[in-house]
Design a binder for this molecule. Structure first.
Ligand code: CP
Length: 334
């Protein structure tokens, strides 16, 4: 309890009363997930629960800048940012790199596969060595939940979580919110369905928190082996019937089936998953209204989504999501 109060006291200087209330209401759920790591004030600032219209509006401003002939806003001149990717990435890594360049920062890419991590150096030593070279900030993707929070204990600069294990992917959630707002002009009261591996998806977790915070209704759908047991606690509904979700929702977010977990037997086969839970052209074309199709990528075409649906620019905004990634990461870095 002392820890909790201390944490809120540290955080509250940067919170509006509305945000503080929301934070308190959701803290219990979050504590269950991150109880083993110590929270500091800098980290709380990056928490997805703090998403608000300000970061969304800032992202739209950067989108305009990226569409101008200049394409740059030199706001981070003289700052050095290291992108530390201990896990594979295409979209997040490149968009952070581009965002840093567009903001005029000195950007360094660290890849664990070509570093001394391969010789057995620990994460702590790796980070402290990088920090010794006087960096201003780090963007980290790591397979362990809580790694971004842990990083703040070792470096003085700002830290951005670019995906920590199955915990959260906050900047992906922000870009998903920006994509939805661009399409509908609002997020409040929209109905959003999230289909697939909710249990292991950091995107699902961050999207759920962001959508709830911004006033959307959320239903998750998938096989019971891939759904969290505490869904009701998160304030969301659960179903195993994808057709019901598609009839109900304005937006559907398909998630990657993590094929690397297939050996755990959570789904019988890719073919059966596609038939029961796949976003197929047949399912979508039966609907009486248009819905917006999203997917954070990378996609397993023909498994969680039909290839022709993913590429249908009248229905899918998957490319827009990637495009908006740079503006959103510029807003986060700023
Ligand atoms: N959406 C996402 O995080 O993609 P990458 O793994 O390619 O960064």
């Amino acid at each position: 309890q002392d820890w909790f109060i201390n944490c809120v006291v540290k955080a509250k200087t940067s919170l509006s009363p509305e945000n503080l209330l929301f934070y308190l209401k959701n803290m219990e759920t979050k504590m269950g997930r991150v109880h083993s790591v110590k929270w500091g004030p800098r980290v709380i600032d990056y928490d997805i629960l703090f998403i608000d219209n300000k970061i969304i509006d800032t992202s739209f401003k950067f989108k305009e800048i990226l569409e101008s002939p200049e394409r740059k806003a030199i706001l981070l001149k003289g700052k050095t940012i290291v992108n530390m990717f201990f896990e594979n990435s295409t979209r997040t890594k490149i968009s952070f790199s581009l965002a840093e360049k567009r903001l005029g920062a000195d950007s360094i890419n660290f890849s664990s596969s070509t570093s001394s991590v391969k010789k057995g150096e620990t994460l702590k030593d790796t980070i402290q060595n990088i920090d010794a070279m006087k960096i201003d900030g780090a963007v980290i993707r790591h397979g362990h939940p809580g790694s971004a929070l842990k990083l703040t204990e070792y470096i003085d600069g700002a830290v951005i979580n670019a995906g920590d294990g199955s915990h959260e992917h906050p900047t992906q959630a922000i870009l998903d919110m920006v994509t939805i707002k661009e399409k509908f002009g609002k997020i409040k009261d929209l109905k959003v369905g999230i289909i697939g591996d909710i249990l292991n998806s950091r995107v699902a977790r961050s999207d759920i928190f962001a959508l709830k915070k911004l006033g959307a209704e959320v239903v998750v759908c998938g096989p019971s082996t891939l759904l969290p047991s505490n869904a009701q606690k998160l304030g969301i509904n659960v179903t195993h019937n994808i057709d019901e979700v598609l009839k109900w929702c304005d937006v559907v977010i398909g998630l990657r089936i993590q094929l690397e977990r297939m050996h755990l037997g959570r789904i019988p086969s890719k073919r059966e998953y596609h038939s029961e839970f796949g976003l197929t052209y047949e399912r979508i074309s039966k609907l009486k209204k248009d819905i917006v199709i999203m997917h954070p990528g990378p996609m397993n075409r023909g498994v969680e989504i039909d290839t022709n649906l993913a590429d249908d620019i009248n229905r899918s905004v998957i490319r827009e999501q990637v495009e908006l990634g740079v503006a959103v990461r510029m807003a986060c870095l700023k």
